[in-house]
Design a protein around this ligand. Structure first.
Ligand SMILES: [Zn+2]
Length: 252
């Protein structure tokens, strides 16, 4: 099994090195494959071409290509407050989107060419122009909320949660009416994009993302919030917390 993985990694790296010759593949520890070196790129977005180079480290997870690689910038150029996780790995986008894009084409060249180069392009653009080229991306739970609202094409956070609930609960059925309010059955409405997300990702991710969206709600949104839109597990946890608190505060 390990040999199959190694052969796949070596073969994918060959393709990567043809475009990005400053990168090297190394086996740091037995079975731990990393790619390090200078990533030189030239990319154009809306007529603005940026040519730059960053020192990077790409770590291939143990189950690669079941999960996407993780990336660090090792030249000390990108400050920690620019879209990075606490362990300094780059936040290439909402995790659900990184997975979706990686699984659509699970190879190193596509991963670097799209997700990594887009991120680095964005950073260089910010250095030069003082703003981000693709619009400001939010961090943390706000970023996840924006991702789903954008992906589901809705400006109603409750609709985003209602759609996410189908994924987290595993209750998607094509013949049910779509919860977005069109009155159309899922199969002819949000169904195809929901199934696209569901295809390669664990249900737990959608539960976690629904929790993140719940944290992003403002006080005014909580007032009219329909708690039944939350995934079952999350709703149960919140109900349990509420009843525990009620018990604690009970006067004896
Ligand atoms: Zn719909």
């Amino acid at each position: 099994m390990n040999n199959v993985r190694e052969a796949l990694i070596r073969q994918q790296f060959k393709g990567l090195a043809q475009t990005y010759s400053g990168l090297q593949l190394c086996e740091d520890n037995p079975g731990r494959w990393v790619i390090r070196g200078m990533l030189s790129f030239s990319a154009t977005f809306q007529d603005v071409t940026i040519t730059d180079a960053f020192s990077i480290l790409i770590v291939l997870p143990d189950d690669y290509p079941d999960s996407p690689p993780i990336v660090q910038e090792t030249g000390g150029r990108i400050p920690p407050d620019f879209h990075q996780y606490p362990d300094r790995t780059l936040c290439l986008g909402a995790p659900v989107e990184v997975w979706r894009r990686f699984k659509a084409n699970p190879c190193l060249i596509a991963f670097v060419e799209t997700l990594v180069v887009e991120y680095l392009y964005g950073y260089t653009y910010l250095e030069k122009h003082g703003s981000l080229p693709f619009g400001e991306l939010s961090h943390g739970c706000q970023g996840i909320r924006e991702y789903y609202m954008d992906f589901f094409s809705t400006d109603d956070v409750q609709i985003a949660l209602a759609l996410l609930k189908l994924l987290a609960d595993g209750t998607y059925r094509g013949h049910l009416v779509c919860p977005c309010g069109t009155g159309i059955i899922l199969r002819k409405c949000h169904g195809p994009i929901l199934l696209g997300l569901l295809k390669h990702q664990p249900k737990e991710r959608f539960l976690r993302d629904a929790t993140n969206i719940l944290y992003s709600l403002e006080k005014s949104e909580m007032e009219h919030f329909d708690w039944d839109l939350l995934p079952k597990v999350l709703k149960r946890e919140i109900d349990e917390m509420a009843s525990e608190r009620a018990n604690r505060e009970k006067c004896t």
